[in-house]
Write a protein that binds this ligand. Structure first.
Ligand SMILES: [Zn+2]
Length: 170
């Protein structure tokens, strides 16, 4: 047993510390008061250098993929595009409404010959005629984007055509 030179307590394994230049053999409790002097070469506590080189952080980010789809169609451009099957739409809507061509023409203050031409696809409806037909028949004559897969996926596939969506807002 060795007596601690600081507190006088007996200790089985004294530590040699340096306190203000003087080396003292002290107990464990007193070892904190000074700088421990490594007398033995068995102090292998700090020999292991943590070489955890986690430098595998790839820095060249930012190359966001999926930019191949640059097909960004403008909604409003598309809205002004009369559907290619506008003639069928008019005829079907008119028939389901139980109107003759003459009656429909009267409803929208146009000539029956105009309606006939429209339903034959012989001529495109003017903007005003188109709007009147759409309103009277509750249809849309603008090109739906049903053939545009991009738009379908982006809109969540609600099943509504662009024209329908616009219609609902009215
Ligand atoms: Zn002590």
């Amino acid at each position: 047993m060795v007596q601690c030179e600081m507190c006088g307590a007996e200790t089985a394994s004294p530590k040699t510390i340096k306190v203000e230049g003087a080396e003292l053999d002290v107990c464990d409790d007193c070892a904190d008061f000074g700088t421990e002097v490594k007398t033995e070469s068995s102090s292998s506590t700090s020999t292991k250098y943590s070489t955890s080189s986690s430098s595998s952080s790839g820095g060249s980010g930012g190359s966001a993929g999926g930019s191949s789809k640059t097909r960004r169609r403008d909604m409003f451009d598309e809205m002004e595009e009369v559907a290619s099957d506008y003639d069928d739409r008019i005829r079907n809507a008119r028939e389901s409404a139980g109107l003759s061509q003459e009656e429909l023409a009267k409803e929208i203050s146009e000539k029956a010959s105009l309606v006939r031409k429209l339903e034959r696809g012989a001529m495109l409806p003017s903007d005003s005629v188109q709007k009147k037909l759409e309103k009277r028949l509750s249809i849309t004559l603008t090109e739906s984007s049903s053939t545009d897969d991009d738009w379908e996926s982006e809109s969540g596939g609600s099943g509504l055509t662009l024209g329908d969506m616009v219609k609902r807002k009215d």
